[in-house]
Design a protein around this ligand. Structure first.
Ligand SMILES: NC(=O)c1ccc[n+]([C@@H]2O[C@H](COP(=O)([O-])OP(=O)(O)OC[C@H]3O[C@@H](n4cnc5c(N)ncnc54)[C@H](O)[C@@H]3O)[C@@H](O)[C@H]2O)c1
Length: 336
C-alpha cells in the first residue's frame, strides 16, 4: 500500500505510523502534518532516513499540496484535526476550518485520483452524551447529537465523508472511537496531564466531582482496529471502537493513577466543570463480530505502561506541559 497519513506527527497518527511500519514494512507512508502545537517532531525520528517514509510539512487546507500528495498514493488514513474539546470552547473557528474544510479538500482530491480507500478517523463524541445514571452505549446507529464545537466539527466531517460514498461511490470507511490513551499523547489531555502533574510535584485537576464517565481505549488497540478496517472492512461502513471496560468515571480513573504513582487523595484538586461535559460508552460488537477485533489492554495494565512511559520520557513532555498549563490558566480566566 502507498498510504497518505494526515496528522501523523500527533498522538494517534504517530503511534499508527510506528505500528504500521512494524507490521507492514513493505508499505510506504507519506505523512502530511501542519505541525501545530499538538505535533511533536521527536515522535517519528526513527523513520527520518527510511526510504519508505516521507514527511511533508503542510496544511490539509492547502489544495495544491493535498492534490500533489494524493496523486502519489492509493490509500488515505485521515487523522489530522484540531482535537481538544477545551480549545474548541476557546476558539471554535480553527476547528471548523481544519476538521470540516480540511476533510472536504482531502475528499475532493481522493475523488479526483480515484483513491482505493479513504479511512476517516472520528470520535464517539459525535453521538453526544449518555445520562449519568444510564448503562446505554453508543453504537453505529446512534443518532448524532454533538455537544461541543469539536464534536460538531467532527460530526460534519463524518457526514461529508459518508456523502462522498453515497453520491460519488468514493470507497470510504469511518471509525468512531472512544478516548485514547498511551505514549506520545500531548500533556493537555486528561491522562497525561494527570500523570505529568504528579511527576512535576503538582496535583491532578478533577473537573466537577469527577462523576463523568467514558471508555478508555489504549492507542495500540486503536491502531489494530484501524488495520482490521483497512484490510477487511466493508466499503461505506462505520465501525465503533471502544475499550474493554465500559463507563469508567473520572474519579475511578484518577484513583487508579494515584495508586500506580503511590499518591494519596491529597494530590487531587477539584476545579470548575467543563461546560457541556459529556459521558461516553461505546459498544464495539460490530467490529468484533465482523472483523474479529477486540481490545487487548485492560485499563490497569495499559495505565501502568502509560505511567511508566511518561516517567521515563520527561524530556518529551516538559516543554509542552508548560504551554498546556498556560492554556488552562487562560481558559479559566476567560470563564470567570
Ligand atoms: N485522542 C483521542 O482520544 C481521540 C478519540 C477519538 C477520535 N480522535 C480523533 O483521532 C484523530 C487524531 O487525534 P490525536 O489525539 O492524535 O490528535 P492530536 O491533536 O494529537 O494530533 C493532531 C495532528 O494533526 C495535525 N494537524 C492539525 N491541523 C492540521 C492541518 N490543518 N493540516 C495538517 N495537519 C494538521 C497536528 O499538527 C497534529 O500532529 C483526530 O481526528 C481526532 O478527532 C482522537
Amino acid at each position: 500500500m502507498k498510504i497518505l497519513i494526515t496528522g501523523g506527527s500527533g498522538f494517534i497518527g504517530s503511534n499508527f505510523i510506528k505500528y504500521w511500519f512494524k507490521n507492514h514494512p513493505e508499505d510506504s507512508i507519506i505523512n502530511l502534518d501542519k505541525m501545530t502545537y499538538a505535533a511533536n517532531p521527536r515522535n517519528l525520528v526513527e523513520f527520518e532516513n527510511s526510504p519508505n517514509y516521507k514527511f511533508v510539512k503542510g496544511d490539509i487546507l492547502d489544495e495544491k499540496i493535498v492534490d500533489e500528495l494524493v496523486s502519489q498514493v492509493d490509500t488515505i488514513v485521515h487523522f489530522a484535526a484540531e482535537s481538544h474539546v477545551d480549545r474548541s470552547i476557546d476558539d471554535p473557528s480553527l476547528f471548523v476550518r481544519t476538521n470540516v474544510l480540511g476533510t472536504y479538500n482531502l475528499l475532493m482530491a481522493a475523488k479526483k485520483y480515484q483513491i482505493k480507500r479513504f479511512h476517516h478517523i472520528s470520535t464517539d463524541e459525535v453521538f453526544g452524551t449518555i445520562e449519568l445514571d444510564s448503562t446505554d452505549q453508543f453504537n453505529e446507529s446512534t443518532p448524532y447529537d454533538p455537544s461541543s464545537p469539536y464534536s460538531a466539527s467532527k460530526a460534519s466531517s463524518d457526514h461529508l465523508v459518508r456523502s462522498f460514498f453515497k453520491t460519488f461511490g468514493l470507497p470510504v470507511t469511518i471509525s468512531n472511537c472512544s478516548n485514547n490513551y498511551g505514549p506520545f499523547q500531548h500533556p493537555e489531555k486528561m491522562i497525561p496531564r494527570s500523570i505529568t502533574s504528579l511527576l512535576s510535584g503538582g496535583k491532578i485537576k478533577v473537573y466537577g466531582q469527577g462523576l463523568n464517565f467514558r471508555d478508555w481505549l489504549h492507542v495500540e488497540d486503536h491502531c489494530r482496529a484501524i488495520e482490521a478496517i483497512l484490510l477487511n472492512g466493508k466499503i461505506g461502513e462505520t465501525y465503533c471502537i471502544g475499550g474493554l471496560k465500559k463507563g469508567t468515571s473520572n474519579m475511578e480513573l484518577v484513583r487508579l493513577i494515584l495508586k500506580l504513582m503511590n499518591k494519596g487523595e491529597d494530590s487531587l484538586e477539584y476545579v470548575a466543570d467543563r461546560p457541556a461535559h459529556d459521558n461516553y460508552a461505546v459498544n464495539w460488537d460490530k467490529i468484533n463480530k465482523e472483523l474479529g477485533w477486540e481490545p487487548k489492554y485492560d485499563l490497569e495494565s495499559g495505565m501502568k505502561q502509560t505511567v511508566d512511559w511518561y516517567t521515563q520520557n520527561q524530556i518529551w513532555w516538559q516543554e509542552t506541559k508548560k504551554e498546556a498549563e498556560e492554556f488552562y490558566i487562560k481558559l479559566n480566566s476567560l470563564n470567570k
